[in-house]
Design a protein around this ligand. Structure first.
Ligand code: FBP
Length: 707
């Protein structure tokens, strides 16, 4: 490189237009930072107080009452405008505070606005208040690692995605020792309050911390975060207090845009089935939302599969006076058959391509897999409890893990036969492909949860689908329909009688728009035999080229492209809905803190309705908890909300299934949700699932949709 080259590169890089073009901060970021979310009416008041709402009823789990006695009887609290009834109340609201925030679990778009909401409200109440952010999730609390959140830091991240500002982590405060460390940190920092922004497990943590720190006067408030959408709060009387956790809308919109692009691709070159695994550790909310947004051809919903009953099997058993328990729940084999049915139907109508959505957590709802997961969770947790080195460190390779299981089933290990893992389990487990065995044996996360994102769910299912399609092809049951016009086109290039040829090779000649080659014609050899038998050609003739061309068109070539939509959407920038939702959550959290609340989750009621009706509340976390199996033991945790298969959103998907499968002549019904943006009308202003579920078909008949 010469000196002139170096100078010209420098000049190039210093050129103002180039500097602007390649700057880290682009106009999108500047626009986002400048966006000011709307605030709920209540926050225009200088002083806000809380009002108990005993009308919202929950059944308290006995264990919650026992383990969380100081917060279990909290009521739902409504934020109301109010002059304080005494001066002390006012002084308390405006006092100087130290508030710390921690992100916990996977990132979700909108988290930074929770911080900015808390920051703005706290500084408005008292500019001397300090806001701290623990670094890298709960680990930051344990290790006393934090940053002071400044106005500059807040402004950098307003309306931006991710949890980049203070990072996040999955560590859990789940032992006495960790609780002690956390208390030391909070006391050392002289904290008034700690806000935990997390999912069900992290909010469970928040409740235990609230209980532990209550005597110290340190308040703990939870915020419902997770793209999975499985934190929803419904009262005992069916009233919705929180329709969805934050981050769900943004992630679902990001996934939907990408998936809809695949719909365009699939319907352009007609050669692939795009298989989209969509995040959601357990619940299929994201898959359902993406399906409603895009109208892909096939969507699996885990919750529906769990509910499946094979009535044929039940009837058969009933005739023998027996009950067949295996008729309840779907097997992997059956699931692969259902997918094949859809693929075959589309192919019959000339569409050997399509787009399908598989929820990440679908295996959780497959009976046989669920049993393996529970058994293996228990075995691993038990092993870790009684050994110094944990299961995964001791048994590195799949072979060594399998060997341990085998010994367990024979009763050599731990000196007695395992009551959980018997020879039958071992045999069934060994029948699974090794990558799937490996998947089922992956390390559990810090909460003891099975990590579905680490398992190639879609590969497991699609391998079975591929195998079965192959069988169907061999049996002549998987064919691509040949369009009548194509048949006529080729017939014009031969002097064979179309009627004779049509009846000879098709099973539905003249019966539809797409002709299906007869089942027994599965190769050129069997094709030739059929032509010879019909007297169209003789043994010594070759199959005429136009007939060969028709046959080739009928032979399916099943090709898939596999995609995983998860981390990308989780890291996307928040939609306007999530920006507004989270900013108001931050403001709510501060109001709860400034009124002395603890053990409460900040939520916004009426998210599914017009913004003007949004109502900030504090909901007692302890009342959302129940006992669940974790790491082989019963633990008090927040109950996850999975897809309700009697909800409007699910019923609509179910009703539209046939139409969106589009196994008929004509275009598919793909919908284009478009990119997430702040301007213009292209973006729905809330998740479709929420919109649909909020509609009462009888009373809302004449209501005008929100613009
Ligand atoms: P949270 O529940 O912590 O919000 O995380 C949700 C999620 O994104 C799931 O959808 C996914 O299964 C999981 O996190 C992936 O976890 P990890 O980030 O550890 O790979």
């Amino acid at each position: 490189m010469t000196a002139t080259d170096i100078i010209s590169i420098e000049k190039l890089l210093n050129h103002p237009k180039i500097e602007t073009a390649i700057a880290d901060i682009n106009s999108e970021t500047l626009d986002r930072r400048a966006f000011v979310p709307k605030i709920c009416q209540i926050f225009s008041n200088k002083f806000i107080s809380l009002e108990d709402q005993p009308k919202y009823r929950f059944t308290i789990d006995r264990e919650a009452e026992k383990q969380l006695p100081d917060i279990a009887h909290n009521n739902v609290q409504k934020l109301i405008p109010g002059a304080p009834d005494n001066e002390a109340g006012q002084n308390y609201f405006f006092k100087k505070r130290n508030i710390a925030i921690v992100f916990s679990g996977g990132p979700a778009p909108g988290g930074h606005n929770v911080v900015s909401g808390i920051f703005d409200a706290a500084k408005k109440a008292n500019p001397e208040s300090r806001i701290l952010g623990f670094i890298l999730g709960p680990e930051g609390i344990l290790e006393n690692r934090y940053v002071e959140i400044t106005a500059e830091l807040v402004d950098t991240y307003r309306n931006m995605g991710g949890f980049t500002m203070i990072k996040t982590g999955r560590s859990k405060i789940d032992s006495k020792q960790k609780m002690t460390l956390s208390r030391e940190t909070c006391l050392g920092l002289n904290l008034d309050a700690l806000v935990i922004v997390g999912g069900d497990d992290s909010n469970t943590n928040a409740a235990f911390l609230a209980q532990a720190l209550k005597a110290d006067g340190i308040q703990v408030i939870g915020i419902p975060k997770t793209i999975d959408g499985d934190i929803q709060i419904h009262t005992e009387d069916g009233e919705t207090l929180c329709a969805i956790s934050f981050g769900f809308h943004s992630a679902a919109r990001a996934f939907s845009q990408n998936i809809s692009n695949l719909c365009t691709d699939a319907s352009s070159d007609l050669k692939y089935w795009h298989v989209c695994k969509v995040m959601g550790r357990v619940a299929s909310h994201l898959a359902l939302e993406a399906a409603l947004q895009t109208h892909v051809n096939l969507t699996l919903i885990g919750e529906e599969l769990a509910d499946y009953v094979d009535h044929e099997r039940l009837k058969k058993a009933q005739k023998k006076g027996e009950v067949d328990y295996t008729a309840y729940g779907m097997t992997l084999r059956h699931l692969s058959r259902l997918i094949c049915d859809a693929i075959v139907k589309r192919a019959e109508n000339g569409k050997n391509y399509g787009v399908m959505i598989i929820p990440e957590g679908v295996l959780e709802f497959i009976n046989e897999i669920q049993i393996f997961i529970i058994k293996l969770n228990t075995i691993i947790a038990h092993y870790n409890q009684i050994h110094d080195l944990d299961f995964h460190t001791t048994f590195h390779s799949l072979d060594s893990k399998l060997e341990y299981l085998r010994r367990l089933s024979r009763g050599i290990t731990e000196n007695q036969a395992s009551p959980i893992w018997n020879a039958r389990d071992d045999e069934l487990f060994n029948d699974l492909p090794s990558f799937f065995q490996e998947g089922l044996l992956v390390e559990r996360d810090t909460h003891g949860n099975f990590q579905f994102s680490q398992v190639n769910t879609e590969k497991i299912i699609m391998d079975m689908v591929g195998d079965y399609l192959h069988i169907l092809k061999e049996k002549g049951e998987y064919k691509v329909g040949v369009e009548e016009s194509r048949f006529n086109y080729f017939m014009e290039r031969t002097n064979i009688d179309p009627e004779l040829l049509g009846k000879t090779i098709f099973r539905n000649y003249r019966e539809g728009r797409y002709y299906l080659v007869k089942k027994k014609i599965i190769s050129v050899k069997t094709l030739k035999q059929a032509l010879v038998n019909a007297g169209i050609i003789t043994e010594s003739d070759k199959v005429p080229d136009p007939v060969l061309a028709i046959f080739k068109k009928s032979v399916p070539n099943f090709k898939t492209q596999i995609h995983f939509y998860g981390y990308d959407g989780r890291g996307s920038n928040p939609t306007k809905f999530d920006c507004t939702y989270t900013y108001n959550l931050g403001l709510t959290a501060f109001s709860l803190i400034a009124n002395g609340a603890t053990g409460q989750m900040a939520v916004i009621k009426n998210l599914e309705h017009h913004f003007d009706t949004w109502e900030p509340l504090g909901v007692p976390i302890a009342k959302l908890m129940h006992l669940e199996e974790r790491k082989g033991k019963l633990a008090l945790v927040i109950e996850k909300n999975v897809v309700d298969i009697s909800s409007n959103a699910f019923l609509i998907l179910q009703a539209m299934r046939e139409k969106w499968l589009a196994a008929e002549h004509g275009e598919d019904h793909y919908r284009k949700p478009g990119p997430v943006r702040f301007q213009g009308k292209s973006e729905e202003n809330k998740p479709l699932t929420l919109v649909l579920n909020s509609i009462n078909p009888i009373s809302d008949r004449h209501s005008v949709p929100e613009k």
